[in-house]
Design a protein around this ligand. Structure first.
Ligand code: NI
Length: 177
């Protein structure tokens, strides 16, 4: 299977509202497998279908240290949440940029698995943050939307001043979700 192409900001296709998944067939499985493979290759923690130009409500992630616990959620919804937490984020669709934003600390996630069975679970830490980041992708939202244009410009200027080696080093330390 070939690695899927990831759309990058400011591509307008990242801004679409993704449709609910209603058919749980082999195509959906193939897409989720391709997304996981692409996510691992790109050293990401999570990936949402619209990032690979498939505007449907499907997300994949792996938050484990050993990168051996793939998760797939279809039609994910945050049904309740509590607390606020600062989250340092980067995104495979927004190269180089990394910034702190605020997220819900813990959430309840309702979703379906790849077969269409209902799932309900509680998440906190990176799991919670990653789910919120990926669901935002399904709604056409990016993590940089949470910061002001002025702050984004400041980050961009800083990046422009860094040389390539510094940029690569910085990227290595970023969790891309
Ligand atoms: Ni992302």
């Amino acid at each position: 299977m070939e690695k899927l192409k990831i759309l990058e900001f400011p591509d307008k296709r990242l801004r679409r509202l993704s449709e609910a998944v209603t058919v749980f067939d082999q195509n959906l499985k193939t897409l989720s497998t391709g997304m996981l493979m692409t996510m691992y290759e790109e050293r990401g923690v999570g990936l949402a279908a619209p990032q690979v130009n498939q505007p449907i409500r499907l997300i994949v992630m792996d938050i484990s240290e050993n990168r051996d616990q793939p998760m797939v959620f279809v039609n994910p919804v945050v049904s309740s949440y509590a607390g606020r937490v600062e989250s340092n984020e980067g995104c495979l669709s927004v190269p180089d940029i990394k910034t702190d934003i605020k997220r819900h600390e813990s959430i309840k996630l309702d979703a379906q698995d790849i077969e269409g069975n209902a799932i309900s679970l509680e998440a906190d830490g990176l799991f919670s943050i990653c789910v919120q980041h990926e669901i935002d992708h399904l709604d056409g939202k990016l993590f940089i939307d949470y910061i002001s244009d002025i702050k984004l410009q400041r980050i961009r200027k800083k990046i422009a001043k860094q040389n390539k080696a510094e940029r690569i080093e910085r990227q290595k330390n970023t969790r891309l979700i």
